[in-house]
Design a protein around this ligand. Structure first.
Ligand code: CA
Ligand code: CA
Ligand code: CA
Length: 432
């Protein structure tokens, strides 16, 4: 370690002499081994209690991804550790949970062990002092959730259920987050919001949505007045999607979209609600065919995506923007006003390249007027293919690790419909 530090310090000195800022600090370097030492001590304590024939289990999603999660689960000001593992000698593959605590001698010891509700841990969350764990198991279709309370040396399940969606956000604007659980129930959906009260108890608010839900395709929280609402994209029996918004108010779950508004959000599969522009508010996409695709089978044409937000009083959907959405390459191009109803689009099914055309329905081709003309083309590729696109006259204007995005102007650059590079950058959003 000493030698490594010396080398790093020498490197830092070299970097400084080259006038470049360095982005690591000596504090980071010194604290990293401490964390590792602590994890090793917890691991040793777990083995002393559970034996060597164990395999650690890592949560697959969420904020806590370690097999050892340290958190103050009883509110005494000191962190306990939760350890997730399976025992090789057992025929059941259920995850076991151990609660470990540090004694007054500073040594970690296992305090309590119990079986979880699946063979994998999906995510771990904390609501107040309570521990919420989502589990999955290959043999069950639905995931399982347990909320536990730790006291008197016992980790006790105080809530259990199945779930399709398990997440948390401040859905009532109280300043702390509630756990939200969504599951399919019969032909409909059941939503529960678990709110920890001042006295440490919790209340489970419930709502049954009577609509035929084949599956839940997406869920995302977004700002809604002074709280977060859950936007749930529900797959219908016909293969499309509708969106329901849900939040907690006045001691009940409110769904302003139920019945009426959600019917206005019907669209083909794949178009999920999202905060595409990062302003905190979730937009709901609703599709209308571009000119020339009015007769195409539902879901197979080219569509203008109309992004709606729920109005502040929840009574209507307000149009925020219109865009072309390319799910394959993962981007949204919002359409400037002068493009709306004035352009149409075609897409190359194999390359995903999108070509926009001017469209003037009032033009008379017999009088030599142009009804439609290719104006701009948008393409995406792996970054390694950039040179060949640039040779072919495309300009790269955005990139991610996996993709570069290009544009090529196909008509007279002075034509009013041509977008400037600034406009392209302002209207372009990468969504995946
Ligand atoms: Ca504690
Ligand atoms: Ca809250
Ligand atoms: Ca937004």
């Amino acid at each position: 370690m000493r030698k490594l530090l010396a080398i790093l310090l020498a490197f830092a000195a070299l970097s400084l002499s080259g006038c470049r800022a360095i982005t690591f600090s000596i504090d980071d370097l010194l604290s990293a081994p401490k964390v590792a030492d602590e994890q090793t001590a917890i691991y040793q304590a777990l083995i002393e209690s559970a034996g060597r024939g164990i395999a650690l289990v890592y949560p697959r999603g969420g904020d806590y991804r370690s097999a050892f999660v340290q958190y103050d689960i009883d509110g005494d000001g000191e962190e306990e550790a939760l350890a997730f593992y399976t025992v090789s000698s057992l025929t059941d593959s259920n995850v076991k949970i151990a609660v470990l605590d540090r004694g007054s001698d500073g040594k970690w010891r296992s305090q309590y062990e119990l079986a979880g509700a699946g063979s994998s841990v999906e995510r771990v969350m904390f609501s107040g002092k309570d521990t919420v764990i989502g589990y999955s198991a290959q043999e069950y279709e639905e995931n399982a959730v347990r909320m536990y309370r730790y006291g008197g040396g016992i980790l006790e399940p105080i809530y259990e259920g199945t779930y399709s969606v398990l997440d948390m956000a401040d859905v009532d604007g109280c300043g702390s987050e509630e756990i939200t659980v969504v599951r399919r129930s019969g032909l409909g959906l059941e939503i529960e919001m678990l709110k920890t009260e001042q006295d440490g108890s919790y209340t489970a608010y419930g709502l049954q949505l009577e609509e035929s839900a084949a599956a839940i395709s997406g869920s995302v929280f977004g700002d809604y007045s002074d709280r977060k609402a859950l936007y749930l994209d529900v797959s219908t029996e016909s293969g499309g999607l509708v969106t329901e918004a849900l939040y907690l108010s006045g001691g009940e779950i409110v769904c302003p979209t139920a019945g009426g508004l959600s019917m206005q959000t019907q669209r083909p599969a794949g178009y999920l609600s999202l905060d595409y522009d990062g302003d905190g508010t979730v937009e709901i996409p609703v599709l209308t065919p571009f000119t020339g695709y009015e007769q195409a089978p539902w879901g197979e044409g080219e569509y203008c995506t109309n992004w709606f937000r729920l109005s502040d009083d929840g009574s209507s959907l307000e149009l925020k923007s219109m865009s072309y959405t390319n799910l394959r390459d993962g981007y949204i191009l919002t359409l400037p006003n002068r493009w709306q109803n004035m352009v149409t689009v075609s897409r190359d099914q194999s390359t995903g390249e999108v070509m926009f055309y001017s469209f003037d329905s009032s033009a008379d081709p017999e009088a030599g007027q142009t009804v439609s003309e290719a104006i701009m083309s948008f393409a995406a590729s792996e970054p390694s293919a950039a040179a060949s696109y640039e040779e072919a006259g495309y300009t790269a204007f955005a990139k991610t690790e996996l993709r570069s995005f290009y544009v090529k102007t196909l008509a007279d650059p002075d034509m009013p419909l041509i977008l400037t590079m600034d406009e392209i950058k302002d209207n372009f959003y990468i969504i995946s």
